[in-house]
Structure formats: C-alpha cells, structure tokens
Design a protein around this ligand. Structure first.
Ligand SMILES: NC(=O)c1ccc[n+]([C@@H]2O[C@H](COP(=O)([O-])OP(=O)(O)OC[C@H]3O[C@@H](n4cnc5c(N)ncnc54)[C@H](O)[C@@H]3O)[C@@H](O)[C@H]2O)c1
Length: 340
C-alpha cells in the first residue's frame, strides 16, 4: 500500500480528506504537515496519524510516496514546489493556484520531474455528478444546448450565527475573499463540471456581480460561458443569499437542457430526474461530496498512470484562469450607486 502525507489540517481536511484517508484501503495515511501546533496535534490524535510535522523537510523525508494539499490557495504554489523538490505525486485542492502563472509553473515543474499533479475537483466524484455524466454520455436528452448551474449559500457572506445563536461577522469570509471571492472559491467547480460533462472547451465568457461590502471581489455573481460546440452555461454563485436571514437556506442545482429533454438535480432531493421525449426517470443518488472515491482514483492513477475521472492540472489551470478573469471583468463592470 502506498503512503500519503497531507499538508494543511483545516476545515476541508477535517471533514473530508482526513476521514477518507484514515479509512481508505488504497492509502496509508502516514504523515501530516500543519503550521498551527494546536490543529496539528488535534488532527494527529483524531485521525490516528503516526507522524506529524510543523517543518516541511522532515514531513517530506518521512517515507511518503504522494501528498494531498489542503492548505489555503495562496500556499499551494510553495507546497507544490516543495513536493517536486522531494519527488512526490500531488493531489491539490481547488483552486489549483491563485493565477495562471502559478498554475503554469506547477505544470512545468511536475512535468519536468515526471510527477503527477491533479486538481481536487471533488464534485466530479459526487454520485449526482457521475449520474449526470453517464446520462449525457448515453445521449438520453440528445445534444446539450444549455446548462444552468446554481450554487448559492450563505457560508462566506457577511454574517454567521455563532454557537450561542448570535449573529456575528463571518470569521472565514476574509480568507475566501482574499482567494478571489465566490467565482474562484466555488465557481471553479461549476466551470469544471460544465467542461467535463460537455467535453467541450469554453471559448468566451462574461460575468457581472453585486457587492455587499467593499471587498475587491463581488459577493453574488452571474457567469455566462460559451462552449466551442455551441452550448452555453449559466452559473449563479452567491455568498450572500440569505446571509442576513433568520433561517438561511442553501440552493444547489444542476439543469441540463438538451434537444430531447432535460436532466435536473436539486440539492434538496436525493435523486436526479430525466424528462426525455420517450421516458421520465427518477434516479436515486447518494448525494454529497465523495472524498473516498477521489482518493481511490488518485491511488489508481499513481499505480497505473490512468487518471479516470480525476481532473488534471490543466483542468485546474483552465478553471482558475476563467474564474479569475471573470472576477476581474465583474470588478471592472461594477456599477457604484450614486449617493443621493
Ligand atoms: N473541494 C472542496 O469541496 C473544498 C471545500 C472547502 C475548501 N476547499 C479548498 O481547500 C483549501 C483549504 O480550505 P479550508 O477551508 O480547509 O481552509 P482552512 O483555512 O480551514 O485550512 C487550511 C489549513 O492550512 C494550514 N496552512 C497554512 N499555511 C500552510 C502551508 N503553507 N502549508 C500547509 N498548510 C498550511 C492552516 O493553518 C489551516 O489549518 C482551499 O484551497 C479551499 O478553496 C475545497
């Protein structure tokens, strides 16, 4: 069994990566790296990891074959440079990089060193996304003309509710806005899903946003993508939907509109529905992110060189480029209200 190390024991590592790796038959979770001593000790204990480091060198020299990067996006480039220096294969959380230049450097470094670098687009491994992919590939609704992907929530909006039920300023907001706001944080997933389902590159895009506070990035964004096969995708992303509401809700949906019908998934349901010319289907799904499947695919890729459904570093670069450029477009097009 191959040995893996993980860099960055924060939120997504705690609920997704570390539990999956602890229970994974394909990887031995051999080491973790985390600059924060308290988080390092807590993760070591909770996930029963034999080796835990606050220094990079001993982490990489602890006998690991590959690493998972789950640090904040601004740290990804240095984590990748270090991994390449020590000859490790890499699965890196999204967004792969802060900009295109960083992503290009990562690709060149790993290619020259003969190492694998994948982008952790977890949503590809969700049962609902895999079912959609199968249905599209089977041509159940003919040729896809339009996609409508909605991902709106309140998690990184201005406010959150603390453990005592009080509304306080959101503690994780600043970091996410520094990473580029909702298009870079969540939008990279939707951009990737649209390209992956359609198998068609994006040739043009346009975006617009709305601001709640004077952060550089907008809080609520519309992004329109044109694909080279003539299909188009509309993405709606928000950090602010319901963020001041007493009882916030979270909206997540996929709609694919084809020449012969519609495929729909609503995050509130546990099924994908198909309304085609000759049939109406309700297909049950085990909804949600699937980190075990992500790590199974990573193990297979390291062993066989076959990437399966894993997103490549180039997929990560393309999503990063579009999300960042579209965010800049929305910033440039911002309409500032006239003071009355
Ligand atoms: N795929 C998904 O569904 C998903 C979900 C949430 C977050 N993410 C992505 O995962 C990454 C981490 O997000 P998070 O919400 O867990 O962040 P977080 O801030 O909660 O955790 C990041 C951890 O990395 C540590 N860290 C800081 N500098 C580091 C370095 N140089 N090297 C290694 N670790 C370092 C921090 O101390 C912290 O413990 C981000 O890129 C984010 O966009 C992905």
């Amino acid at each position: 069994m191959k040995r893996i190390g993980l860099m960055g024991c924060g939120t997504v590592a705690g609920y997704g990566h570390l539990p999956a790796l602890r229970d994974c038959p394909d990887w031995e979770l051999a080491a973790i790296f985390e600059p924060d001593a308290g988080r390092l000790a807590a993760a070591k204990k909770k996930f029963n990891v034999p080796n835990a480091f606050q220094e990079v060198e001993p982490f990489f020299e602890s006998g690991i074959d590959a690493i998972a990067i789950t640090s904040p996006a601004p740290c990804h480039i240095q984590n990748v440079r270090d991994a390449v220096r020590y000859g490790k294969h890499i699965l890196c959380e999204k967004p792969l990089a802060m900009n295109e230049a960083e992503a290009e450097e990562m690709i060149a470094l790993t290619r020259d060193a003969g190492l694998m670098l994948f982008t952790g687009f977890t949503y590809r491994f969700g049962d609902e996304a895999l079912k959609v992919k199968d249905l599209v590939d089977q041509g159940v609704i003919g040729d896809i003309l339009s996609l409508r992907l909605i991902y709106i929530w309140n998690c990184h909006g201005r406010y959150e509710i603390d453990e005592n039920g009080n509304r306080i300023e959101q503690r994780r907001r600043e970091g996410r806005m520094l990473e580029g706001g909702p298009l870079v944080d969540c939008g990279v997933h939707q951009i990737d899903l649209a390209r992956w389902w359609l198998g068609s590159e994006i040739v043009r895009f346009q975006s617009a946003g709305a601001w709640v506070q004077d952060y550089e990035a907008p809080d609520h964004v519309y992004l329109h993508l044109d694909h080279e096969n003539g299909a188009h995708t509309m993405v709606e992303l928000s950090y602010t939907y319901c963020h001041t509401s007493k009882d916030p809700v979270h909206l997540y949906s996929y709609d694919l509109i084809g020449t012969d019908g519609v495929i729909r998934y609503d995050g509130a349901d546990d099924f994908v529905s198909v309304r085609a010319i000759d049939q109406t289907l309700t297909i049950p799904v085990n909804k949600g992110k699937n980190f075990p499947a992500l790590y199974q695919a990573f193990a297979r890729a390291v062993e066989t060189g076959k990437r399966g459904n894993l997103a490549t570093a180039t997929d990560g670069l393309i999503a990063t480029r579009i999300a960042r450029t579209a965010t800049d477009q929305a910033i440039a097009a911002r309409v500032r209200p006239i003071a009355r």
